[in-house]
Design a binder for this molecule. Structure first.
Ligand SMILES: [Zn+2]
Length: 319
Protein backbone atom coordinates (compact mmCIF):
# COMPACT_ATOMS: atom_id res chain seq x y z
CA UNK A 1 0.00 0.00 0.00
CA UNK A 2 2.96 2.36 -0.05
CA UNK A 3 2.46 4.42 -3.15
CA UNK A 4 5.78 5.32 -4.74
CA UNK A 5 4.93 8.05 -7.22
CA UNK A 6 2.61 11.02 -7.52
CA UNK A 7 2.00 13.68 -10.14
CA UNK A 8 2.75 17.30 -9.28
CA UNK A 9 1.37 20.11 -11.41
CA UNK A 10 2.42 23.72 -11.10
CA UNK A 11 0.10 26.12 -12.90
CA UNK A 12 2.09 29.28 -13.53
CA UNK A 13 1.07 32.50 -15.24
CA UNK A 14 2.69 31.42 -18.54
CA UNK A 15 3.53 27.71 -18.19
CA UNK A 16 2.04 24.54 -16.73
CA UNK A 17 4.66 22.15 -15.38
CA UNK A 18 3.43 18.56 -14.96
CA UNK A 19 5.87 16.13 -13.28
CA UNK A 20 5.85 12.52 -12.23
CA UNK A 21 7.68 12.59 -8.90
CA UNK A 22 8.91 9.67 -6.81
CA UNK A 23 8.87 9.39 -3.01
CA UNK A 24 12.40 10.84 -2.86
CA UNK A 25 11.38 13.98 -4.73
CA UNK A 26 13.07 12.99 -7.99
CA UNK A 27 11.31 13.99 -11.21
CA UNK A 28 10.85 10.90 -13.41
CA UNK A 29 8.96 12.55 -16.23
CA UNK A 30 8.12 16.15 -17.07
CA UNK A 31 5.67 17.84 -19.45
CA UNK A 32 5.74 21.60 -20.01
CA UNK A 33 2.75 23.22 -21.69
CA UNK A 34 1.69 26.86 -22.15
CA UNK A 35 -0.97 28.27 -19.81
CA UNK A 36 -3.92 29.18 -22.03
CA UNK A 37 -4.83 32.83 -21.54
CA UNK A 38 -8.10 34.12 -20.14
CA UNK A 39 -10.35 31.08 -19.87
CA UNK A 40 -10.42 29.02 -16.67
CA UNK A 41 -11.92 26.01 -18.46
CA UNK A 42 -9.14 26.10 -21.08
CA UNK A 43 -6.59 25.91 -18.25
CA UNK A 44 -8.43 22.92 -16.80
CA UNK A 45 -8.38 21.25 -20.25
CA UNK A 46 -4.62 21.87 -20.59
CA UNK A 47 -3.94 20.42 -17.12
CA UNK A 48 -6.07 17.36 -17.88
CA UNK A 49 -4.30 16.79 -21.23
CA UNK A 50 -0.78 16.99 -19.77
CA UNK A 51 -1.73 14.76 -16.84
CA UNK A 52 -3.38 12.15 -19.09
CA UNK A 53 -0.16 12.01 -21.09
CA UNK A 54 1.84 11.15 -17.96
CA UNK A 55 -0.81 8.73 -16.67
CA UNK A 56 -0.87 6.81 -19.97
CA UNK A 57 2.88 6.29 -19.70
CA UNK A 58 2.70 4.69 -16.28
CA UNK A 59 -0.33 2.44 -16.74
CA UNK A 60 -3.43 2.15 -14.64
CA UNK A 61 -2.11 2.43 -11.07
CA UNK A 62 -3.70 4.85 -8.61
CA UNK A 63 -1.52 7.96 -8.75
CA UNK A 64 -2.34 10.86 -6.45
CA UNK A 65 -2.23 14.25 -8.13
CA UNK A 66 -1.21 17.51 -6.44
CA UNK A 67 -1.97 20.81 -8.13
CA UNK A 68 -0.07 23.95 -7.15
CA UNK A 69 -1.91 27.14 -8.05
CA UNK A 70 -1.48 30.85 -7.34
CA UNK A 71 -4.34 32.09 -5.18
CA UNK A 72 -6.42 31.16 -2.20
CA UNK A 73 -7.15 27.46 -1.79
CA UNK A 74 -9.85 26.13 0.52
CA UNK A 75 -8.71 24.47 3.72
CA UNK A 76 -9.93 21.06 2.49
CA UNK A 77 -7.67 21.45 -0.60
CA UNK A 78 -10.54 20.92 -3.01
CA UNK A 79 -11.39 24.38 -4.33
CA UNK A 80 -9.63 27.46 -5.62
CA UNK A 81 -11.47 30.28 -3.83
CA UNK A 82 -9.76 33.04 -5.77
CA UNK A 83 -6.96 33.11 -8.29
CA UNK A 84 -5.56 36.45 -9.44
CA UNK A 85 -4.39 35.15 -12.85
CA UNK A 86 -6.83 32.41 -13.80
CA UNK A 87 -10.34 33.81 -13.33
CA UNK A 88 -11.13 30.96 -10.91
CA UNK A 89 -13.70 31.92 -8.27
CA UNK A 90 -14.87 29.14 -5.92
CA UNK A 91 -13.73 26.67 -8.54
CA UNK A 92 -14.12 23.01 -7.38
CA UNK A 93 -10.90 22.13 -9.20
CA UNK A 94 -10.04 18.91 -7.31
CA UNK A 95 -13.43 17.29 -7.94
CA UNK A 96 -13.51 18.38 -11.58
CA UNK A 97 -10.04 17.04 -12.34
CA UNK A 98 -10.63 13.91 -10.30
CA UNK A 99 -13.79 13.14 -12.30
CA UNK A 100 -11.92 13.61 -15.58
CA UNK A 101 -8.73 11.73 -14.64
CA UNK A 102 -10.06 9.04 -12.30
CA UNK A 103 -7.41 9.78 -9.68
CA UNK A 104 -7.41 11.49 -6.26
CA UNK A 105 -6.58 15.21 -6.65
CA UNK A 106 -5.41 17.69 -4.00
CA UNK A 107 -5.04 21.42 -4.68
CA UNK A 108 -2.45 23.52 -2.87
CA UNK A 109 -1.49 27.20 -2.83
CA UNK A 110 1.70 27.59 -4.91
CA UNK A 111 3.77 29.18 -2.14
CA UNK A 112 2.71 26.44 0.29
CA UNK A 113 3.56 23.71 -2.22
CA UNK A 114 6.99 25.24 -2.90
CA UNK A 115 7.65 25.59 0.83
CA UNK A 116 6.78 21.95 1.42
CA UNK A 117 9.06 20.87 -1.44
CA UNK A 118 11.98 22.84 0.02
CA UNK A 119 11.26 21.52 3.53
CA UNK A 120 11.20 17.85 2.51
CA UNK A 121 13.73 17.76 -0.35
CA UNK A 122 15.49 21.13 -0.63
CA UNK A 123 17.36 23.64 1.52
CA UNK A 124 14.93 23.19 4.42
CA UNK A 125 15.86 19.55 4.99
CA UNK A 126 16.89 18.79 8.55
CA UNK A 127 15.02 21.74 10.09
CA UNK A 128 11.68 21.54 11.90
CA UNK A 129 10.59 25.15 11.40
CA UNK A 130 11.10 26.78 8.03
CA UNK A 131 9.68 29.83 6.24
CA UNK A 132 9.95 29.86 2.47
CA UNK A 133 9.34 33.21 0.81
CA UNK A 134 8.89 33.27 -2.96
CA UNK A 135 10.11 36.56 -4.39
CA UNK A 136 9.02 36.87 -8.01
CA UNK A 137 6.69 39.26 -9.78
CA UNK A 138 4.77 39.03 -6.50
CA UNK A 139 5.59 37.67 -3.03
CA UNK A 140 4.21 34.53 -1.41
CA UNK A 141 5.18 32.50 1.62
CA UNK A 142 4.72 29.06 3.07
CA UNK A 143 5.37 28.27 6.72
CA UNK A 144 6.38 24.92 8.16
CA UNK A 145 5.88 24.87 11.92
CA UNK A 146 7.08 21.86 13.90
CA UNK A 147 7.13 19.80 10.71
CA UNK A 148 3.63 20.73 9.60
CA UNK A 149 2.51 23.01 6.79
CA UNK A 150 0.39 25.83 8.20
CA UNK A 151 -2.83 26.28 6.23
CA UNK A 152 -4.84 28.38 8.68
CA UNK A 153 -8.54 28.36 9.47
CA UNK A 154 -9.53 29.41 5.93
CA UNK A 155 -6.55 28.14 3.98
CA UNK A 156 -5.00 31.61 3.83
CA UNK A 157 -2.04 31.22 6.21
CA UNK A 158 1.22 32.56 4.83
CA UNK A 159 -0.29 35.41 2.79
CA UNK A 160 2.85 37.29 3.72
CA UNK A 161 3.04 39.32 0.48
CA UNK A 162 0.12 41.46 1.55
CA UNK A 163 1.19 42.26 5.06
CA UNK A 164 1.79 46.00 5.39
CA UNK A 165 5.36 47.07 6.13
CA UNK A 166 5.02 50.79 5.33
CA UNK A 167 1.47 52.24 5.58
CA UNK A 168 2.61 55.30 3.61
CA UNK A 169 4.41 53.21 0.99
CA UNK A 170 3.60 52.73 -2.70
CA UNK A 171 0.21 51.55 -3.99
CA UNK A 172 -0.16 47.78 -4.06
CA UNK A 173 -2.05 45.64 -6.61
CA UNK A 174 -4.37 44.55 -3.75
CA UNK A 175 -5.69 48.11 -3.39
CA UNK A 176 -3.82 49.05 -0.22
CA UNK A 177 -0.47 50.75 0.37
CA UNK A 178 2.96 49.60 1.42
CA UNK A 179 2.52 45.81 1.36
CA UNK A 180 5.73 43.77 1.26
CA UNK A 181 4.67 42.93 -2.30
CA UNK A 182 4.86 46.60 -3.30
CA UNK A 183 8.34 47.08 -1.76
CA UNK A 184 10.18 43.76 -2.21
CA UNK A 185 8.86 42.02 -5.35
CA UNK A 186 10.52 41.93 -8.77
CA UNK A 187 8.38 44.90 -9.80
CA UNK A 188 9.55 46.78 -6.71
CA UNK A 189 13.18 46.11 -7.67
CA UNK A 190 12.60 47.99 -10.92
CA UNK A 191 10.95 50.85 -9.02
CA UNK A 192 13.81 51.10 -6.49
CA UNK A 193 16.35 51.13 -9.31
CA UNK A 194 14.49 53.82 -11.24
CA UNK A 195 14.16 55.94 -8.11
CA UNK A 196 17.89 55.67 -7.37
CA UNK A 197 18.75 56.42 -11.00
CA UNK A 198 16.33 59.34 -11.01
CA UNK A 199 14.58 57.95 -14.10
CA UNK A 200 10.80 57.92 -14.60
CA UNK A 201 8.58 55.49 -12.69
CA UNK A 202 8.06 53.25 -15.71
CA UNK A 203 11.65 52.88 -16.77
CA UNK A 204 12.81 50.35 -19.29
CA UNK A 205 15.36 48.49 -17.17
CA UNK A 206 14.07 45.00 -16.38
CA UNK A 207 14.80 43.00 -13.25
CA UNK A 208 17.12 40.70 -15.21
CA UNK A 209 19.08 43.72 -16.48
CA UNK A 210 19.30 45.19 -12.98
CA UNK A 211 20.70 41.87 -11.76
CA UNK A 212 23.34 41.90 -14.52
CA UNK A 213 24.28 45.49 -13.64
CA UNK A 214 24.50 44.61 -9.93
CA UNK A 215 26.72 41.61 -10.67
CA UNK A 216 28.95 43.91 -12.72
CA UNK A 217 29.21 46.12 -9.62
CA UNK A 218 27.10 49.10 -10.69
CA UNK A 219 26.43 50.91 -7.38
CA UNK A 220 22.84 51.99 -8.17
CA UNK A 221 21.86 48.41 -9.11
CA UNK A 222 23.46 47.01 -5.94
CA UNK A 223 21.65 49.73 -3.98
CA UNK A 224 18.32 48.65 -5.51
CA UNK A 225 18.84 45.13 -4.10
CA UNK A 226 19.80 46.63 -0.73
CA UNK A 227 16.57 48.64 -0.70
CA UNK A 228 14.52 45.58 -1.61
CA UNK A 229 16.32 43.46 1.02
CA UNK A 230 15.90 46.17 3.65
CA UNK A 231 12.11 46.08 3.31
CA UNK A 232 11.99 42.32 2.99
CA UNK A 233 14.17 41.78 6.07
CA UNK A 234 12.16 44.33 8.07
CA UNK A 235 8.89 42.60 7.26
CA UNK A 236 10.40 39.17 7.91
CA UNK A 237 11.05 40.40 11.45
CA UNK A 238 7.34 40.06 12.20
CA UNK A 239 7.13 36.62 10.62
CA UNK A 240 10.16 35.46 12.62
CA UNK A 241 8.68 36.75 15.88
CA UNK A 242 5.42 34.89 15.18
CA UNK A 243 6.78 31.55 13.97
CA UNK A 244 10.44 31.39 15.03
CA UNK A 245 11.78 29.56 11.97
CA UNK A 246 15.34 28.24 12.17
CA UNK A 247 15.87 29.29 8.57
CA UNK A 248 14.19 31.57 6.03
CA UNK A 249 14.57 30.43 2.43
CA UNK A 250 14.12 32.80 -0.48
CA UNK A 251 12.86 31.31 -3.76
CA UNK A 252 11.31 32.73 -6.93
CA UNK A 253 12.95 34.60 -9.80
CA UNK A 254 14.56 37.38 -7.73
CA UNK A 255 16.33 34.81 -5.52
CA UNK A 256 18.59 34.12 -8.53
CA UNK A 257 20.46 37.19 -7.25
CA UNK A 258 21.85 35.03 -4.42
CA UNK A 259 23.81 36.98 -1.82
CA UNK A 260 22.92 40.30 -3.47
CA UNK A 261 19.49 39.57 -1.97
CA UNK A 262 20.15 37.34 1.06
CA UNK A 263 22.84 39.49 2.72
CA UNK A 264 20.88 42.79 2.96
CA UNK A 265 17.74 40.81 3.88
CA UNK A 266 19.50 38.91 6.66
CA UNK A 267 21.07 42.12 7.96
CA UNK A 268 17.74 44.00 8.05
CA UNK A 269 16.09 41.02 9.73
CA UNK A 270 18.79 40.89 12.42
CA UNK A 271 18.30 44.63 13.08
CA UNK A 272 14.52 44.22 13.33
CA UNK A 273 14.12 41.32 15.72
CA UNK A 274 14.85 41.37 19.42
CA UNK A 275 18.33 39.95 19.86
CA UNK A 276 18.83 37.09 22.26
CA UNK A 277 22.37 36.15 23.21
CA UNK A 278 21.21 32.56 23.71
CA UNK A 279 19.75 32.17 20.23
CA UNK A 280 21.58 32.38 16.92
CA UNK A 281 20.17 34.94 14.46
CA UNK A 282 17.77 33.54 11.87
CA UNK A 283 19.58 32.49 8.70
CA UNK A 284 18.39 33.73 5.32
CA UNK A 285 19.44 31.50 2.42
CA UNK A 286 18.45 30.79 -1.17
CA UNK A 287 16.02 27.91 -1.81
CA UNK A 288 17.48 25.10 -3.91
CA UNK A 289 14.68 23.43 -5.91
CA UNK A 290 14.16 26.38 -8.27
CA UNK A 291 11.13 26.40 -10.57
CA UNK A 292 10.32 22.74 -9.76
CA UNK A 293 9.68 23.36 -6.02
CA UNK A 294 5.91 23.81 -6.45
CA UNK A 295 5.39 20.67 -8.53
CA UNK A 296 7.62 18.52 -6.30
CA UNK A 297 5.96 19.84 -3.14
CA UNK A 298 2.43 19.41 -4.53
CA UNK A 299 3.23 15.81 -5.57
CA UNK A 300 4.58 14.95 -2.13
CA UNK A 301 1.63 16.56 -0.35
CA UNK A 302 -0.74 14.55 -2.57
CA UNK A 303 1.14 11.33 -1.80
CA UNK A 304 0.96 12.12 1.91
CA UNK A 305 -2.75 13.05 1.79
CA UNK A 306 -3.66 9.89 -0.12
CA UNK A 307 -1.74 7.66 2.32
CA UNK A 308 -3.56 9.36 5.17
CA UNK A 309 -6.95 8.68 3.54
CA UNK A 310 -6.04 5.02 2.99
CA UNK A 311 -4.96 4.71 6.64
CA UNK A 312 -8.22 6.31 7.80
CA UNK A 313 -10.25 3.83 5.75
CA UNK A 314 -8.19 0.93 7.12
CA UNK A 315 -8.71 2.18 10.67
CA UNK A 316 -12.46 2.28 10.09
CA UNK A 317 -12.43 -1.26 8.66
CA UNK A 318 -10.43 -2.52 11.64
CA UNK A 319 -12.63 -0.76 14.19
ZN1 LIG B 1 -1.01 44.35 -1.13
Amino acid sequence: LTRMTAIGIDIGATKILTCLVDADGAILREVVSPTPPASASAVEDAVAAATSEVLEDIGGDVTPIGVSVAGWVSRDRKSVLFSPHLAWRHEPLADRLSARLGQPVFVENDANAAAWGEFVFGAGRGFSDVAVVTVGSGIGAGIISDGRLLRGGNGLAGEFGHTVVDPRGPDCACGRRGCVDSLSSGRALERHYNAIEGSPEHGTTSGVEILELARAGKPSAVAAFHELGRWLGTSLGDLVMYFDPQIVLLGGGVSGAGELLTIPTERALAETIVAHEEVAPTMVRVATLGHTAGAIGAANLALKAERQEVQEVQAQLNA
